[in-house]
Design a protein around this ligand. Structure first.
Ligand code: 13P
Ligand code: SF4
Length: 360
């Protein structure tokens, strides 16, 4: 029996019981002892994270990693994890890691029955929009985003009414309702390309006013903004970066484009989380400062020996809601399922697929 057949049987066999998602039987909690088998199976992961996770903590995390990796097979599930996940998730249980664009593309490619989205809610919604037939789970339904919360579908309708004929591009960090009202989606990886794809002289790029301003600085297209911001990146200041350079004159500073433009102007490079990682892997600076969420440097450090990371960073409280123990519960109990109204999903899919098609 293939994994897919086994999963289908579990889902539709009434004898198997019905889990909270309505289709899956819950699985009993496994023994979480740090046995010799667990130690051996997780040793390659520990090699990557040992600089951040003390052995005493590993004894608690390793059994969860081992159990999650077994459960993924039983559930025919794939874990899509954003680059801001902690190293135990990023190196221990993720099948695919990446920025928002990469995760959206991978959601269309996987043949797993179940996607466990380790990231924030809009990312899980994007996966559901692209794969309506799949079960999409998020380990914590409260993992939100200040950008997604800054705008509603009704706001976009009003914006369009006041500005007829101007294309509205939505950053992927928005709800399905908002995506459904917009012409196309973008991520920080492709925002400039999307803005220029219309061939017009004026577009809206909502809701991140800083991303919009940073893109506007690179193009002749007038980029109109919405007054939203990322609560993590807006806290960095240009003065802070200048101060760091005084202390560490040879440091390379790379920033996420959700930072204010004056911060981006002080940086040596700005790009999406994936582009930031690629930049460090390619350029191999002796010292680097990643002006973004804290887990980025931890995750990339084990893959870039010889690079030393200077770590001013800000934690995203929403991303940090996702933990190994919640991922374990997610796969055991098949909760919490992300549902998108099919009519909204269909409209939102058009916006997301237009973006993906631009990249292919
Ligand atoms: P990326 O698409 O660059 O990964 O950004 C997502 C995000 O939420 C950054 O704050
Ligand atoms: Fe949203 Fe900012 Fe957190 Fe990214 S880092 S999920 S933009 S609040």
């Amino acid at each position: 029996m293939t994994l897919n057949q086994a999963a289908a049987e579990r889902r539709f066999n009434p004898e198997a019981g019905v889990g909270p998602s309505g289709r899956f039987a819950p699985i009993a909690r496994p023994d979480l002892s740090f046995t010799a088998e667990v130690r051996e199976a997780t040793a390659p992961v520990y090699e990557k994270v040992k600089h951040f996770i003390p052995e005493i903590e590993w004894a608690v995390l390793a059994p969860m990693i081992h159990a999650i990796n077994k459960l993924k097979k039983e559930r025919n599930a794939v874990i899509l994890a954003h680059n801001y996940m902690t190293p135990d998730i990023y190196h221990g249980v993720a099948d695919i890691v990446g920025d928002s664009l990469q995760l959206a593309i991978e959601a269309t490619r996987t043949d797993a029955d179940v996607i466990v989205q380790c990231g924030v809610h809009f990312m899980a919604e994007t996966s559901k929009i692209l794969s309506p037939e799949k079960t999409v789970l998020i380990p914590d339904m409260k993992a939100g985003c200040s950008l997604a919360e800054s705008i509603t579908g009704a706001d976009v309708r009003a914006l369009r009414e006041r500005n007829p004929g101007i294309p509205i591009i939505t950053y992927v960090n928005t709800s399905a309702d908002v995506k459904a009202e917009c012409d196309i989606c973008c991520t920080s990886s492709n925002a400039l390309q999307v803005v220029e794809s219309f061939g017009v002289d004026k577009v809206f790029l909502i809701p991140d006013k800083y991303l919009a301003a940073n893109v506007g600085n690179k193009t002749d297209v007038e980029v109109l903004v919405w007054d939203g911001a990322c609560e993590v990146h807006e806290r960095f200041t240009a003065q802070e970066l200048r101060d760091y350079r005084q202390i560490e004159p040879d440091v390379k500073i790379i920033a996420h484009p959700e930072c204010p433009p004056e911060v981006v102007a002080e940086a040596d490079f700005a790009g999406s989380t994936a582009h930031m990682i690629d930049w460090v892997k390619t350029k191999r600076p002796a010292k680097v400062m990643m002006i973004t969420e804290c887990s980025m440097a931890d995750n990339v450090a084990s893959e870039t020996p010889g690079v030393s990371y200077i770590r001013p960073c800000n934690l995203c409280p929403h991303m940090k809601r996702i933990t190994l123990s919640k991922i374990l519960d997610t796969l055991l109990e098949m909760k919490e399922e992300v549902i998108v109204d099919p009519a909204i999903a269909e409209k939102a899919r058009t916006a997301v697929e237009r973006m993906i098609n631009l990249n292919s």
